[in-house]
Write a protein that binds this ligand. Structure first.
Ligand SMILES: C[S@@+](CC[C@H](N)C(=O)[O-])C[C@H]1O[C@@H](n2cnc3c(N)ncnc32)[C@H](O)[C@@H]1O
Length: 263
């Protein structure tokens, strides 16, 4: 086993990814996520308990301060801070996510600026902020050290990461086995991320929370989303639908890590 946490992360993240041959043979374009699934929904947000990641970000954010949201998607990770934030910078590698982010900002009258590109490659052109947040946007990051360092360099007060304790999509492993004869490797994402941040010398704090299971209707959209994540065509829909209907929703273990910024 590698000595450095950063190397162990790299190895684990690479084993979680599927073989490129499966991705290349996909009958539908898979490379991107559906931005509608990541749209910020204030009504839904209001019914959820305030997460440790939001408390940690609000505690460090000056009134009217700025937030940098890396891997912002539709903004579920930062628009919940809008009561205190004067300005939000969104970075995402998917242009359609940034469109949803900008649309939502306009709807709520939040001042934003967006940057298209992959973090940390685009970090050089992105301004610093009071608080930098990054939620569920680094599971596939090969170089977590570089990702974390660039976030820390871009935050004056605090960096806040939110992640699941375990990587996404591993619950679909029975389907992957059936359809491709392979599976994604599970790994302790949060524990290893904490080790990587500690190894970099940052004084990291952590809070875990268990989110209640959310029953989800098995709709054609949901089946389509899963089909694309499995790199198969619509002929697999009946198998996917049967699997999804057989699943009992599980609680989600979510972890927040935070530490001081250095900008
Ligand atoms: C699972 S979504 C999470 C979105 C949002 N942070 C949230 O919590 O709802 C992950 C987002 O991060 C983006 N992303 C992943 N890796 C990225 C990277 N290295 N640089 C920029 N964006 C990234 C994806 O395009 C996607 O919009």
């Amino acid at each position: 086993m590698a000595e450095r946490a950063a190397d162990r992360w790299r190895e684990a993240a690479s084993k979680w990814l599927l073989p490129q041959s499966i991705i290349d043979a996909a009958p539908e374009p898979q490379a991107t996520l559906d931005p509608e699934m990541f749209r910020y929904k204030p009504d839904l947000d209001a019914t959820m308990p305030v997460r440790p990641s939001r408390r940690a970000a609000l505690a460090a954010l000056p009134e009217g301060g700025s937030v940098l949201d890396v891997g912002c998607g539709g903004g579920a990770s930062s628009f919940g801070l809008r009561s205190r934030a004067g300005f939000i910078i969104g970075v995402d590698r998917q242009p359609d996510m940034l469109l949803v982010f900008e649309e939502t900002a306009q709807q709520f009258g939040v001042k934003v600026r967006t940057f298209l590109g992959a973090w940390p490659d685009v970090a050089e052109v992105v301004p610093v902020a009071d608080v930098a947040v990054c939620h569920h946007a680094f599971y596939a990051a090969e170089d977590l050290e570089a990702h974390v360092r660039a976030l820390t360099d871009h935050a004056r007060e605090r960096v806040v990461l939110e992640m699941s304790a375990h990587p996404p999509l591993v619950a679909l492993n029975p389907l992957l086995e059936k359809l491709h004869g392979t599976s994604r490797r599970d790994w302790p994402v949060a524990d290893l991320a904490q080790e990587v941040v500690t190894e970099l010398g940052y004084a990291v704090q952590r809070e875990d929370v268990e989110l209640e299971p959310r029953p989800r209707e098995v709709t054609p959209d949901w089946v389509g989303f899963v089909r694309r994540r499995l790199y198969v065509g619509p002929e697999a829909d009946p198998v996917i639908e049967e699997f999804l209907r057989s699943q009992t929703p599980q609680p989600q273990q979510v972890v927040a890590l935070w530490w001081p910024g250095t900008a």
